[in-house]
Design a protein around this ligand. Structure first.
Ligand SMILES: [Cu+2]
Length: 323
């Protein structure tokens, strides 16, 4: 496997994560096994065409109907190869979809035609020069989770160096996670055609030594008026009236408490249940009627159209901070 990934590294973009090396090895295995099958198949066919060409009108070939052993072999061997490819792919896929617990979370919003990033400490920037343009700083060897949504159409967040790619869809959250294993700058592309300036919305991810990153992160002090993401959420919790029905200390009010809500299993009046992840919280806030928590009245107002995307993200971050 290691040899394969090393070989791939000679003609593929630099491998910035372990996942990138694993994916490359898998890709090369696919490529080489296809190539070998191709040579055996086409080579064999050509050989037989020449060897058993009908040489005269009376020339007759042997009357052969089948060969069970050969037929078994050419079914079973490809089957085994396919299962190896499948299982190997599943292991890599599971890895890409399972975010480590301690991942640093950063909010990402795709817009026509730029990316906006927001850190937990409240630091935010866009990729267009006009508005405080910056690079996305991340520490080396630490898992990072990007929680992504779109302010308009579907975009796609692709980091070739990490082999990580995910649609960014308006109205819901999607994510990518990575643990960068190489220092340096990595390019991000939008890979979902999103309008006339589609090719003009790149971003850069800068992988820094951990200490350097931590110093940079700690140096940012949010203006007193805004605070970090969760602080903004806390502010909205009062100003938007959530406080009237939701407690943050575990006591039930008109609605359930926020304490311990994030990640918990929720049961609904119609007998179904779900885990309170970001998409669930978002739906609960914007379209409260969609799922009614068991034991509570359908009393929550609909906030769709009342809250900006950024405000929803801040509220969710606040709820997540209430362990
Ligand atoms: Cu785009």
């Amino acid at each position: 496997m290691f040899g394969l990934s090393l070989l791939a590294n000679t003609f593929m973009p630099i491998q910035g994560t372990n996942e990138a090396s694993n994916l490359d090895a898998h890709y090369l295995f696919l490529l080489i096994s296809s190539l070998i099958s191709f040579i055996i198949l086409i080579g064999g066919m050509t050989y037989f065409i020449v060897k058993y060409k009908r040489k005269s009108a009376t020339d007759k070939t042997a009357y052969i109907t089948h060969n069970s052993f050969l037929e078994f072999l050419w079914s079973f061997i490809p089957f085994v190869i396919m299962m190896v490819i499948f299982y190997w792919g599943k292991v890599i896929y599971d890895d890409l979809r399972t975010v480590p617990e301690n991942a640093i979370e950063i909010q990402v919003t795709g817009r026509q035609w730029m990316w906006q990033f927001k850190y937990k400490n409240g630091y935010s920037f866009g990729t267009k020069p006009a508005e405080n343009s910056d690079v996305l700083r991340v520490p080396l060897n630490k898992p990072v989770k990007l929680i992504m949504t779109s302010g308009d159409v579907i975009h796609n967040f692709y980091i070739p160096g990490f082999r990580n790619k995910q649609d960014v869809v308006p109205g819901k959250y999607s994510f990518v996670w990575f643990k960068a294993t190489k220092l340096g700058d990595f390019q991000v592309f939008c890979t979902e055609y999103c309008g006339i300036e589609h090719s003009n919305m790149p971003a850069t991810i800068r992988v820094m030594p951990e200490a350097e990153y931590n110093a940079w992160y700690a140096a940012f002090v949010p203006p007193p008026s805004s605070g970090g993401l969760a602080d903004q959420g806390k502010e909205l919790y009062s100003s938007k009236g959530c406080v009237a029905c939701h407690s943050v200390d575990g006591k039930a009010g008109v609605g359930p408490t926020y304490k311990g809500l994030s990640g918990a299993k929720r049961e609904f009046a119609d007998g179904t249940s779900a885990i309170a992840d970001e998409n669930y919280l978002r739906e609960s806030i914007l379209l409260s009627g969609a799922k009614i928590v068991k034991g509570y009245p359908a009393a929550m107002p609909i906030y769709r159209g009342q809250l900006e995307d950024e405000e929803v993200s801040a509220l969710i971050d606040y709820i997540k901070s209430l362990k």
